[in-house]
Ligand binder design. Structure first.
Ligand SMILES: NC(=O)c1ccc[n+]([C@@H]2O[C@H](COP(=O)([O-])OP(=O)(O)OC[C@H]3O[C@@H](n4cnc5c(N)ncnc54)[C@H](OP(=O)(O)O)[C@@H]3O)[C@@H](O)[C@H]2O)c1
Length: 304
């Protein structure tokens, strides 16, 4: 699907990106600027096929990157109370875009969620046996997860689509309240469960490379391995705030302060690691991309 200019035979790329005002969409724009990849943000709402068609005609992209979707504010519990809006954006909208891209012979990358699995007997916590891309989904406990799971099932039929299953995104921007490090540091109480997570500073550039390589299908898009809430908060204490303290609570206690249940899981990353052998483990990536660049040295010496 890569096209070539006649003059110099270099690959020609132009990305059409959805999610201009969003966290991931914003990062994608920055990476395209850094890599000098021509791009434009889509103006259309995903549920309006005619607006999406106008974007495709105006921008004439080689690749469409979809980082638009309803994630809920302050969190995914919002989707429980706004089900039709969630369906419109996350189901009808995503399918509209995939279908239009298919009609126009365009590659579409879809930034989606790995919150479609929960630890089970075959993939127990601590086993290192992560869910594979081919495993049947076993979690639809929140409406958000239900929509993501159903759409992924349908998108499997689209051979132009690359689905990236992200989880619990973390970035080096510690001023962003949606960054999981900041979220859990600000909670009154926090559970302590190992989970797969995605370090955006490392993985979003990988996704751009995947688009360039026209990689399609379903990909678990987290760093290899798992990290627990307490391990992250220990790093936060060691690198950022030596006086930081936190209080744990159980999953049962957590359930009393949430509307919808949350899942915990490990996603297997062999497929991604085979394509990108230098991918760092979640703990290495946290230190390299998040904690080292934000390290406060005023309290003396190297963090341990
Ligand atoms: N952050 C996470 O925890 C997380 C984890 C895993 C996966 N993901 C997935 O990654 C994607 C992007 O996440 P994010 O954190 O960057 O989300 P975000 O910061 O909430 O941004 C969402 C973006 O989607 C746009 N949008 C929402 N509904 C739309 C619609 N119907 N048509 C067009 N644009 C629409 C928003 O634009 P407006 O402001 O104009 O509405 C905004 O630019 C989502 O699909 C999300 O589910 C996120």
């Amino acid at each position: 699907m890569t096209t070539y200019t006649k003059q110099n035979q270099k690959p020609f790329l132009k990305f059409l990106i959805y999610g201009r005002t969003g966290w991931i969409g914003g990062l994608l724009g920055k990476i395209c600027e850094e890599q000098r990849i021509p791009f434009e943000y889509g103006l259309g709402r995903l549920e309006d096929r005619s607006q999406l068609l106008a974007d495709i005609r105006n921008v004439k992209p080689t690749h469409v990157l979809n980082a638009a979707g309803l994630t809920g504010r302050p969190n995914v519990d919002w989707c429980e109370f706004n089900k039709l809006e969630t369906i419109r954006g996350n189901v009808i909208g995503t399918l509209n875009l995939a279908d239009l891209c298919r009609e126009h012979g365009l590659f579409m990358m879809n930034y989606t969620s790995g919150c479609i699995y929960d630890y089970d007997d075959a993939h127990p916590l601590g086993s290192g046996n992560g869910f594979k891309e081919t495993d049947n989904h076993n979690y639809a406990g929140s409406f958000f997860s239900k929509t993501k799971s159903m759409v992924e099932e349908l998108l499997k039929e689209y051979d132009n689509v690359c689905n990236l299953r992200m989880r619990l995104p973390i970035s080096s921007d510690l001023s962003n309240p949606r960054n999981i490090v900041i979220k859990i540091a600000r909670f009154d109480k926090v559970v302590n469960i190992p989970n797969s997570m995605s370090i955006l500073d490392e993985l979003i550039p990988v996704s751009v490379e995947m688009a360039k390589r026209n990689l399609k299908g379903i990909w678990n898009f987290t760093n290899p391995g798992v990290v627990s809430h307490n391990e992250i908060l220990e790093m936060y204490k060691n690198y950022i705030d030596p006086d930081f303290k936190w209080v744990n609570f159980s999953l049962e206690e957590q359930a009393t302060v949430l509307v919808a249940p949350r899942c915990n899981n490990e996603l297997g990353t062999s497929k991604l690691k085979k394509e990108f052998p230098h991918l760092l483990s979640i703990k290495e990536s946290l230190i390299k991309y998040v904690f080292e660049p934000n390290k406060k040295t005023s309290f003396g010496g190297c963090p341990t």
